[in-house]
Design a protein around this ligand. Structure first.
Ligand SMILES: [Zn+2]
Length: 250
């Protein structure tokens, strides 16, 4: 592969509204939030949609209690990067099922918010490039795939006609791109520098989760992870620290 082919393209900028759809609280904070901060600075609207409340994510905290802790952490994380609308679909953490129910829920949100850009997280089996890649989790695969599919479902009045008859949600066929964060085969990138500091603060809002995950100081952990990843991606983005996406145009 030549060097120019190996470089990531800049993310599209001719859009006004984005909807980010992920499985768990913290999924967007492990990288994406730096891009989100820059987008909201520019006057764009970004909405977060979470399939679960991440209630199975902390070993020492039972789900009933965990759900409200993680919901509050997610709302605080979103606020740091200029996102004030955070919605939860209440699928069950850990056993999210890919299928028509999930696609319908996401398509409904796409119709409500009418985004041009939809963001999701790695829908593939593996993180990184194999061999040596890490197995992805079932929730990420299910939500990522359902989101890619729902971008089309949202525009077709006959796939989920109950969205019109029961909820009055008319088709929205205006999604122009679905951008997958954390993909092992990225095509595009967003400059992470303007939003990097806020992305660290945003990830740090998941304090209960991070404190259960690592003995490392919360800020050291968040800053280390996000800076390292942004710099690695930057090697394919003219040396600028960046957030990578695999973009599927529609
Ligand atoms: Zn996750």
């Amino acid at each position: 592969m030549t060097e120019s082919m190996d470089q990531l393209q800049p993310m599209p900028t001719d859009w006004q509204r984005a909807l980010a759809v992920v499985a768990h609280p913290d999924d967007l904070e492990y990288g994406c939030a730096a891009a989100v901060a820059d987008w909201t600075d520019g006057g764009r609207e970004v909405v977060y949609l979470l399939a679960t409340r991440g209630e199975a994510g902390i070993d020492t905290l039972a789900p009933a209690e965990c759900a409200s802790v993680r919901e509050a952490e997610q709302r605080a994380s979103a606020a740091v990067v200029g996102v004030s609308t955070v919605e939860f679909l209440d699928h069950r953490d850990g056993v999210v099922e890919y299928g028509p129910d999930l696609r319908r829920d996401i398509a409904a949100a796409i119709r409500r918010h009418r985004p041009e850009l939809v963001i999701t997280l790695n829908h593939r089996d593996i993180w990184g490039q194999g061999p040596g890649g890490l197995w992805n989790t079932p929730d990420h695969r299910a939500v990522g795939r359902a989101t890619l599919d729902a971008a089309g479902d949202a525009g077709n009045r006959w796939i989920f006609p109950e969205l019109i008859s029961e909820q009055g949600l008319e088709p929205w066929n205006g999604v122009r791109w679905v951008a997958v964060a954390g993909s092992s085969t990225p095509t595009h990138a967003a400059d992470a520098r303007p939003g990097l500091e806020r992305s660290v603060k945003s990830l740090m809002e998941h304090r209960a989760y991070i404190e259960a995950l690592t003995d490392e100081d919360c800020e050291t952990y968040a800053r280390g992870f996000l800076t390292r990843n942004a710099e690695q991606t930057g090697a394919r983005f003219g040396g600028r620290p960046a957030v990578a996406f695999e973009v599927f145009p529609r």
